[in-house]
Design a protein around this ligand. Structure first.
Ligand code: FDA
Length: 308
């Protein structure tokens, strides 16, 4: 299966296939397995339904690795509309943003300015921006921007970041983030990384996830533990129980369309749960990473694609 994972992640970066898939009707239909819809309104509807089930949301306007300043500004503009909609509808929701979508691969300054303006907007509406983590070529630049924005007194409560258990560097990154009081979402990591920077065996990633989650839970900061892995979830629950950490002090996070049963079960057990709800037309790379996480999903795709 690791080979299929590599192939799928490789295909997630293929521009021709991306264009074909994102512009075909069959492709858009397939995307609904993991994507709330093409429009903001679709995502808001899903968010409302989840909120009614006591599940918080983080909204992701899909897109990454933009190639022009104009695209980056347009992407940021959509997020401003999302923040306005969350405030108007009083949703229990925040936003998740990728810095490559804010133009980081064109200009770091551009990405910092656009992310900064989103964090200012979030601060003004009592909300929060989570900066997603992309592949390891962007880790340091992403963390530098988050550290700088968070150092602004007005943005302290408005910005946090994601750390991937797959990377060797994550323990030291978490130590620095905790020292500054920055909120972390811990996940395993969705990108294919070389052994020089990442654990390549699942068992090692899992072990690191458990170790890092303990560090987060020990801190007084509100963090997110993002996983659908029941073993990781049980380890977090056990650690919290043993160390008398109240469930109100952290949240579990999962992706839209994955393990809804588990999301509901955790809510019924009194845990905070947040679901990541992506929407928009640039769905292909996100969708392919979801296939890569569970190659059995490919069978589902094949069956549905050729049915059209
Ligand atoms: P694992 O992959 O071991 O899966 C455990 C079980 O979960 C599987 O057996 C299956 O039942 C279910 N499952 C997992 N993925 C599935 C899928 N795609 N389809 C169907 N079932 C699936 N990554 C990153 O690099 N940067 C980021 O910013 C984020 N952000 C993020 C936010 C949130 C809220 C979540 C939940 C995840 C991320 N990720 C991410 C993705 C993360 O790194 C990871 O790739 C996935 O969560 C899958 O890993 P699990 O922890 O679920 O475990």
């Amino acid at each position: 299966m690791p080979i299929l994972r590599s192939v799928l992640i490789g295909l997630s970066r293929n521009r021709t296939l991306r264009h074909f898939m994102e512009s075909s009707r069959a492709g858009s239909r397939l995307s609904s397995r993991f994507v709330a819809g093409m429009e903001l309104e679709d995502a808001l509807r899903v968010a409302e339904t989840l909120n009614q089930q006591d599940i918080a949301v983080t909204l992701d306007s899909l897109g990454e690795s933009v190639t022009s300043e104009e695209e980056a500004h347009q992407a940021a503009e959509i997020y401003h509309r999302v923040l306005n909609a969350i405030a108007e509808r009083k949703l229990k929701a925040n936003i998740s943003v990728k810095l490559s979508q804010m133009g980081m691969e064109i200009s770091r300054e551009l990405a910092e300015n656009l992310a900064g303006s989103l964090a200012e907007h979030a601060h003004a509406t009592d909300n929060f921006v989570r900066i997603d983590m992309e592949d390891s070529s962007l880790t340091q630049a992403t963390l530098d921007i988050v550290h700088r924005l968070h150092a602004r007194p007005d943005l302290r409560e408005a910005i946090g970041v994601v750390i991937q258990a797959a990377l060797h560097r994550s323990k030291s990154d978490i130590e620095q983030l905790l020292a500054e009081g920055i909120r972390v979402r811990l996940c395993k990591g969705a990108y294919l990384e070389p052994a020089t920077v990442a654990f390549t065996h699942k068992a090692d990633v899992d072990k690191n996830f458990i170790r890092l989650s303990g560090m987060l839970l020990d801190s007084p900061i509100y963090h997110g533990l993002a996983t659908h892995d029941e073993k990781m979830i049980a380890a977090v629950q056990t650690y919290a129980l043993q160390h008398r950490i109240d469930p109100s002090r952290f949240e579990f996070q999962m992706l839209h369309g994955i393990r809804r049963d588990l999301q509901r079960r955790l809510v019924s057990e009194g845990y905070n749960v947040r679901v990541y709800v992506p929407f928009g037309r640039a769905w292909y790379p996100y969708f392919m990473r979801r296939l890569a996480e569970r190659p059995a999903n490919v069978l589902f795709i094949a069956r549905n694609f050729f049915r059209s």
